[in-house]
Design a protein around this ligand. Structure first.
Ligand code: UFG
Length: 327
């Protein structure tokens, strides 16, 4: 059985669907602090409500289920909030992960796929960013993820626990059949915020900064479809099952899109003129973040298939469903 922590969240839930499709038995462990019970109900797998900050909760899962491997998403993930509340981030993301790793060792479970982030690199020295790029995170969120990566190296040396750390760039899109999608409260990400403005909810889209040194003055990001991202987790699990060593991979498309290009894609797909306002730069936003994804292609055999337009289309389908939840 595969344990998925944070399986009620955006990326975790898409990964659960992918694992299910591959015939894996899955148990979700989630405290529902940012994930949603409605999402869990759509997935149709075992669910344990619990908190990684409480060692008894996570140890009980290993006692009640025979866990072969873990895919670990459970974490707080808002960069801005992490700057204001570092204790909350280190306590949950680092201490929670430590409790999980300790429970794994105690129950002789030695394989984990970890949800890491491009935020471990900080302000890039060069792009595209490969895995050897210096790691100097510029916010507590990135620091917590890098710290957990370091702890995982130490757990490999000490206990032979093998980990694959997947460093995501900008995740976008939703399940192609509309069962689940991105559902953050509050929403901070670009595509859902543009689409919420497209829904005519009275919200204007705020574009943070058009004076960057990029082709149209807006930030460049590498948008990777959540379905492609989920596929990479399955490949990473198989890599570990086949005896793969501890490793780290960037997950992105190796293609950059500006905020204005994403906005235009949203207007094209929704067929709407979306209200927007140019705002000052958001603190901590690097001008350009694009992944070098060669390593994941070569070692995991990963091949991202979905275009930005496809991600925007599934995100738009989902956003219209989400309004029916009255959120
Ligand atoms: N943006 C806007 N308006 C919005 C939201 C975003 O203009 O309402 C802009 C941002 O300024 C940025 C781009 O759109 O230029 C993308 O912003 P997101 O918030 O969607 O994503 P980030 O690039 O800030 O964050 C992503 C991941 C984080 C990770 C970070 C690494 O979501 O988890 O990359 O730097 F930490």
């Amino acid at each position: 059985m595969i344990l998925v922590t944070g399986g009620a969240g955006y990326i975790g839930s898409h990964c659960v669907l992918k694992l299910k499709d591959a015939g894996e038995n899955v148990v979700i462990f989630d405290n529902l602090s940012t994930g949603h019970i409605e999402t869990v109900q759509k997935l149709g797998v075992e669910f344990v409500q619990g908190d990684l900050r409480n060692p008894a909760d996570i140890n009980a899962v290993f006692e009640n289920y025979k866990i072969d491997a873990v895919v670990h998403f459970a974490a707080f993930s808002q960069v801005g909030e992490s700057v204001k509340e570092p204790y909350k981030y280190f306590q949950n993301n680092v201490c929670g992960s430590l409790n999980l790793l300790d429970a794994m060792v105690k129950h002789d479970c030695k394989k984990i796929v970890f949800s890491s982030t491009a935020a471990v690199y900080g302000e890039p020295d060069y792009t595209p960013i490969d895995e050897n790029h210096p790691k100097h995170p510029i916010n507590p969120y990135g620091e917590t993820k890098l710290t957990v990566e370091m702890i995982m190296d130490d757990f490999d040396k000490a206990y032979g626990l093998k980990s694959v750390r997947l460093r995501y760039f900008n995740v976008a899109g939703a399940d192609t059949s509309g069962r689940i999608g991105e559902w953050h409260e509050p929403e901070t990400h670009l595509i859902p915020n543009v689409l919420k403005a497209a829904l005519g909810s009275g919200k204007t889209f705020n574009l943070f900064g058009d004076d960057y040194d990029t082709k149209d003055g807006t930030c460049v990001r590498d948008y990777i479809d959540v379905n492609d991202l989920a596929a990479a987790h399955l490949l990473a699990l198989n890599y570990l099952k086949n005896g793969g060593e501890t490793n780290v991979f960037n997950l992105g498309t190796q293609t950059g899109s500006t905020v204005k290009e994403v906005f235009k894609a949203c207007e094209d797909i929704t067929g709407k003129e979306i209200p927007f306002e140019i705002q000052p730069r958001r603190e901590g936003d690097p001008a350009i973040l694009v992944a070098d994804n060669k390593k994941a292609r070569e070692i995991l055999g990963w091949n991202p298939l979905h275009s930005l337009n496809e991600s925007v289309q599934t995100a738009w389908n989902w956003e219209q469903i989400l309004t029916k939840f009255n959120k």
